[in-house]
Design a protein around this ligand. Sequence first.
Ligand SMILES: *Cc1c(COP(=O)(O)O)cnc(C)c1O
Length: 400
Amino acid sequence: MEFNQYEVNALMFITNRPQIVFTEGSGMWMTDSTGKRYLDYLQGWAVNCLGHAPQCISDALVAQSKKLINPSPAFFNEPSIALAARLTANSCFDRVFFASSGAEANEGAIKLARKYGKKFKNAAGANRYEIITFDHSFHGRTLATMSASGKPGWDTMYAPQVDGFPKADLNDIASVERLITDKTIGVMLEPVQGEGGVIPATREFMQALRALTKERGILLMVDEVQSGMGRTGELFAYQLSGIEPDIMTLGKGIGGGVPLAALLCREQIACFEPGEQGGTYNGNPLMTAVGVAVADALLAPGFLQSVKDKGAYLRQGLLALSEQHGLQGERGEGLLRALKLGKDIGPQIVEAARNLEPLGLLLNSPRPDLLRFMPALTVTHAEIDQLLAMLSTVMRQLGH
Ligand SMILES: *Cc1c(COP(=O)(O)O)cnc(C)c1O
């Protein structure tokens, strides 16, 4: 395929991409090779929590790259110690393992739970390895995390699957209870299902899940790859329901755009022995130095409150838009929100929004009847107004 001056066939085909090459980004905006600018509500798939190319990330990368890029994971380094300290000081967790992607962090979480299940057998002496996950959940694209995911079609795509991930229904505690056996070691969920269509677990469900898992001696594992790092207005989404899980994974926002992820657990669960977990890039100082800069920005006084305020503002705007165009309302937490279209016009809107002139708008439709918004947490009220105005234009253009 060829467009403008680009010949793109050397890249392996994995999905249909628009004929655009992005060359620059700043805050909520990206620019393509023709100079057209786009208001970006994807932000690298919810990774750029501070927007495109923020100064603090650029500074951290430049400074750290001149000092030390990778001493090997066999040695301690300063930025990984500093970032782990920030994460444990601001959560209910005591130990952190760094990884490079959300899927890798989740693989680590699954291994940690299985190891824990082997070490602490139940009263009957059974080896516990099953982890209950949920329909429509998304945990990554490795074989084990695909098996853990409840995405339709993924059970057969690369069959056979990794065994041991029975699926329950989100917000239905009885469906979880029914699946518990003497082989169960954990329950893993996204506090807000992201790829599944921005479906929050209710406060009551999270609390019931904590009570049930505690009572049955099972680990509660939260995949906060999308919902963590300030996205919901709390630093971590589990804090919305006032519970304390046993294991958490982070990705996306933790690196502000660079490959960084983390697996966290409480001290009594940190049971890996030498050689059982690792990875060439884990905790490398170049990426964890970025993580420190991101964490400091999110923890600055007033920052998380501003996410809550702007989340409420976006919610009001989406509700008004929904009213105006006869849609089905909206849902979400903080700055992870979705507009319910009521009909399968999502992909059509995404394309028309991108093609708006002179300024384009980048959106995502995780399901055909839904639009998802995952702006930078630094988005301004004016940029939210601009989104709503552009969306309204597109809806009129398409006759909705
Ligand atoms: C994106 C995502 C993942 C996978 O993260 P990668 O960095 O793409 O491997 C896992 N879990 C959730 C909830 C996600 O949103």
